[in-house]
Design a protein around this ligand. Structure first.
Ligand code: NIG
Ligand code: FE
Length: 421
């Protein structure tokens, strides 16, 4: 069948395909890492149908109706998968940024009724239309950075009605523009203000009043913040078990500020991802990799310690060496990372977590897709997958993390459609 879209003369085509991918990648030498010089990728409608060296391009399938992009001197790679965001929220926390600059910590601000709780007040006060407008604004920003699929958590409502509203806003935002939105329920972010000091009762409320109103086919993941000032490991375990019994897949915010053991507990339950993990030790990572059989992805968020003025970054190099697959995300949210620049996160992961450029690229594509259960659809360039493709300005893989903070994207393609700049 004639190609509808062709990218030809790609200086480097980063496919991340190759050997059959049964699990996310831990390290560069797993067969899936493919970098083809002088290559093409061809699509029909919204699917990739062929790719390979230019010498093997079947020119008979290139017709006057084919949109052709010349990628000479350019890298072509899969669209970015942003696997951890708090997309929907009201207001911002620029004032707390000042407090942080004067020395207050993240947990100090939360304990004083600020932090997440201040965003909860602004979010409850906002209408669904206002929240949707803001979410669409942020999604446009992500799309300009080359994000083609994005996970969006609730978690700034902290009552049944607002939490359900936030998930509806996230889903509606997904319908209104091209970036695919995968919603996650994070009602268990911290106990709602009405449940101060009563975390167990708050979680019971979520189990009784919210989870029965959600369907795993629409909202596939349930997440929780396991940390001092949020939920303990035992509260978290019980809640995640209840969510799992209702058919949801599990995620956890854990080992962000202390080593409490949340990551290992969640991996034992088969969590699809363990997120933050700055305080997870290499030995803990090895246990997570073992109990999960390499199927749980550590989602590392290198812009968060940077923004919170912390010295401790997850030892990503050691995680990968221990067989624990790593994905990267911004954690976009108003408190700990108001940045949508996943390329900057990628660079900081190389600088502060010891990832190689190839591992970091896999961490924002294929492994990120695994972290949100989208690996059949996106995250690599393979025939049959969705045509979510980036054409970059840069000529080689090693220049991707090098141009610190720059957006290397020249053209974004989602489902075979060229996106406006
Ligand atoms: O992933 N750590 C918990 N939750 C968010 C931050 C939320 C906020 O401060 O508003 C995070 O970093
Ligand atoms: Fe988060």
């Amino acid at each position: 069948m004639a190609y509808t879209l062709l990218l030809r003369n790609c200086a480097q085509l980063l496919t991340l395909a190759g050997a059959p991918a049964h699990r996310p990648l831990a390290g560069e030498n797993q067969g899936n890492w493919r970098l083809l010089p002088d290559a093409y990728v061809a699509c029909v409608e919204d699917r990739i149908v062929a790719l390979g060296p230019m010498s093997e391009l079947d020119e008979t399938l290139v017709t006057p109706a084919t949109t052709v992009l010349d990628a000479a001197g350019r890298v072509v790679m899969p669209g970015l998968v942003e696997c951890h965001t708090h997309l929907v929220f009201g207001g911002n926390r620029a004032q707390e940024f000042q407090r942080k600059l004067q020395g207050e910590t993240y947990l100090d601000i939360l304990a004083s009724g600020g932090g997440i709780l201040s965003t909860v007040r602004a979010t409850r006060a906002a209408s669904s239309e206002q929240l949707l407008d803001q979410a669409l604004h942020h999604l446009l920003g992500f799309r300009q950075y080359g994000v083609t699929t994005l996970e969006a958590k609730s978690g700034y409502g902290l009552d049944a009605e607002t939490e359900l509203r936030l998930l509806e806003v996230a889903q509606e935002a997904g319908r209104r523009q091209p970036v695919r939105v995968v919603p996650t329920f994070l009602g268990a972010h911290v106990p709602g203000p009405e449940y101060r000091g009563r975390p167990t009762e708050y979680l019971q409320m979520l189990v009784q009043e919210v989870l029965p109103n959600l369907h795993p086919q629409d909202v596939p993941f349930v997440d929780i913040f396991c940390e001092e000032g949020a939920f303990s490991v035992s509260e978290t375990r019980r809640y995640l078990e209840q969510a799992q019994a209702l058919g949801f897949r599990l995620k956890i915010h854990a080992e962000q500020l202390h080593d409490l053991g949340g990551c290992e507990m969640a991996a034992e339950l088969g969590a699809v991802s363990i997120d933050h993990a700055d305080y997870l030790t290499p030995a803990g990572a090895a246990r997570v990799a073992r109990v999960s059989g390499g199927n749980t992805v550590a989602v590392l968020l290198p812009l968060v310690p940077l923004f919170l003025r912390q010295e401790r970054y997850a030892p990503g190099r050691a995680f990968i060496d221990a067989g624990l697959p790593v994905a990267l995300s911004t954690d976009f949210n108003p408190g700990s990372c108001p940045s949508k620049n996943l390329w900057l996160a990628l660079s900081v992961a190389c600088l502060k977590m010891g990832l190689t450029p190839a591992e970091a690229v896999a961490a924002v594509t294929l492994n990120a897709a695994w972290a949100i259960g989208q690996q059949q659809q996106c995250g690599s360039l393979e025939p049959g997958k969705r045509a979510d493709i980036l054409l970059l300005h840069v000529p080689s893989l090693e220049e991707i993390p090098y141009w610190l903070g720059e957006n290397p994207v020249q053209q974004v393609i989602i489902g075979g459609q060229l996106q406006p700049a």
